[in-house]
Design a protein around this ligand. Structure first.
Ligand SMILES: *Cc1c(COP(=O)(O)O)cnc(C)c1O
Length: 375
C-alpha cells in the first residue's frame, strides 16, 4: 500500500495560519502570551485552574521536571518496563532509580502485585503509563500509592483527552505529564505539559522550566524578562515556545471534534476485523474508560509475530514494536530481573498503523493481509 504511515502529525492550514500570525504579527517566538493562552485553554479543556497547568518543551522534560520536584537522591520509582525510554531517562535524570515492574497481560499496564513486591524504604513514587491511552486501574494505582505513602507521576503521554470514570486524565490526581510531540493525540510540534494539584511544587515547576529564575513565568507571559532575580536550585531550559503553543492551540480545538472520533472509529474497525482471530490478542480497556487510542498494538501468538511483521513490511505496511522493555537496555539492566509477562509478550507484540488519516478501507486491507499471513 502506498504512503501508509504507522503514525502521523495531522497539520493543516489552520496550524500554518496560526504560526504565521504568531511570527508575523506577534513576532515574539520565545515563551510569552501564546503559551499562557495555551495553558489557559488546556486548563479549560480539563476543567482545572490555569495555575495547575505548566507547559514545557517536551513530554520528557515534563516528566523530568515533575520527578526532580519530588525525588531525593537515589529514590526509587516503580515503573513498567514496557514503556518508552523517556520514562526511564526522566527518572534517572532526576537522580532517581527506575524499578522495573511487570505489566498485566490483558491491559499491558503496570502490575500492582509485582510493584508491591518491589517496594523498599527508598520507594518514593509510582509512575503508571497509560499505555495506548488506557488508564487501566488508575483508581487502584492511587489506592496503592496512598497505602504505601507514594507520590504518583502519571506518564500520560498517550492519554491526552482520555477519561477515567467520566473524568478527563489530568483533571484529578497528583502529577500528570502529557506529551505533544509530533505523533501524539495532539501535537504542538514538540511539547508537553505538567498538571498538578500540589500547590507546594507549582512554583518550583514553573521556575524550573526557566533555569529556576524565581517568578520568571509571569514576566515572560507579559513579554518581559527578569533582570534582577534570585535562583535557589537547579533549573532547566524547558519552557515552551510561542511557536509550539500556536500549533498546539489549533490542535486542541480539533481533538474532540475531529481526531478523537477518527481514532476511535479506526480502533473499532480493527477490533471488528481482528477481534475474533484466536491467534491475535488486543489489549483490553475498562468499559468505564474513554480511550482515544494513540497507538494500536496487538499480540500475535504461536511464534508468528515476525512472519506477520515481515509480510506486512514487504507490502509497504509499516509496523512497530511498543516497546523494547527498558530492563533489556544496558543502561537500565538488572541481571536478577525476571519480568515474566513483559519478556514473553515482547516477542508477540506488533503495532499497526493508527492515526486520523487511516481509512476504514486501510484497516480492512491491513487486517486481510494479517489474516493471509497467519494462514
Ligand atoms: C512520547 C512519550 C514520552 C515523551 O514525550 P516527548 O514529548 O516525546 O518527549 C514519554 N512517555 C511515553 C510513554 C511516550 O509515548
Amino acid at each position: 500500500m502506498k504512503n501508509l504511515r504507522l503514525s502521523k502529525s495531522i497539520i493543516g492550514e489552520r496550524e500554518v495560519e496560526s504560526v504565521a500570525r504568531l511570527m508575523l504579527e506577534d513576532g515574539y517566538l520565545g515563551m510569552g502570551a501564546e503559551v499562557k493562552l495555551f495553558e489557559l485553554e488546556i486548563a479549560e479543556f480539563l476543567g482545572v485552574d490555569t495555575s495547575n497547568v505548566i507547559c514545557v518543551n517536551t513530554g520528557t522534560s515534563a516528566l523530568h521536571l515533575a520527578l526532580q520536584s519530588i525525588l531525593d537522591y537515589n529514590d526509587e520509582v516503580l515503573v513498567p518496563s514496557l514503556t518508552y525510554l523517556a520514562s526511564y531517562q526522566a527518572i534517572s535524570a532526576a537522580n532517581g532509580i527506575p524499578i522495573s515492574c511487570d505489566v498485566y497481560e490483558d491491559s499491558l499496564t503496570i502490575n500492582l502485585d509485582d510493584a508491591e513486591k518491589k517496594l523498599t524504604k527508598k520507594t518514593k513514587a509510582i509512575m503508571p503509563v497509560h499505555y495506548a491511552g488506557n488508564p487501566w486501574k488508575l483508581e487502584s494505582v492511587y489506592k496503592f500509592a496512598q497505602k504505601h505513602n507514594l507520590r504518583v507521576v502519571e506518564d500520560a503521554a498517550h492519554a491526552f483527552g482520555c477519561k477515567y470514570r467520566g473524568k478527563k486524565i489530568g483533571s484529578f490526581g497528583d502529577i500528570i505529564c502529557f506529551s505533544f510531540d509530533g505523533i501524539k493525540n495532539i501535537t504542538s510540534g514538540e511539547g508537553g505539559a505538567i498538571v498538578t494539584f500540589d500547590e507546594s511544587i507549582i512554583d518550583r515547576l514553573k521556575d524550573g522550566r526557566l533555569l529556576s529564575v524565581e517568578r520568571d513565568s509571569e514576566n515572560r507571559y507579559l513579554g518581559r524578562r527578569s533582570w534582577d532575580f534570585d535562583v535557589k536550585r537547579q533549573g532547566y531550559r524547558y519552557h515552551m515556545s510561542n511557536i509550539f503553543a500556536a500549533i498546539g492551540r489549533v490542535q486542541l480545538s480539533r481533538l474532540e471534534s475531529e481526531f478523537a472520533p477518527k481514532r476511535r472509529t479506526i480502533y473499532d474497525e480493527y477490533c471488528q476485523q481482528l477481534g475474533e482471530i484466536p491467534e491475535i490478542i488486543i489489549p483490553v480497556q475498562d468499559n468505564y474508560s474513554y480511550v482515544i487510542p494513540h497507538i494500536f498494538p496487538v499480540r500475535i501468538l504461536n511464534g508468528k509475530r515476525d512472519e506477520v511483521r515481515n509480510q506486512l513490511e514487504s507490502l509497504n505496511i509499516p509496523t512497530g514494536i511498543h516497546y523494547k522493555p527498558n530492563h533489556h537496555l544496558s543502561f537500565f539492566k538488572d541481571e536478577r530481573l525476571k519480568l515474566e509477562t513483559t519478556d514473553r509478550i515482547y516477542l508477540e507484540m506488533i503495532t499497526l498503523p493508527m492515526h486520523p488519516e487511516i481509512t476504514i478501507q486501510d484497516v480492512r486491507n491491513i487486517s486481510l493481509k494479517i489474516k493471509n499471513a497467519l494462514k
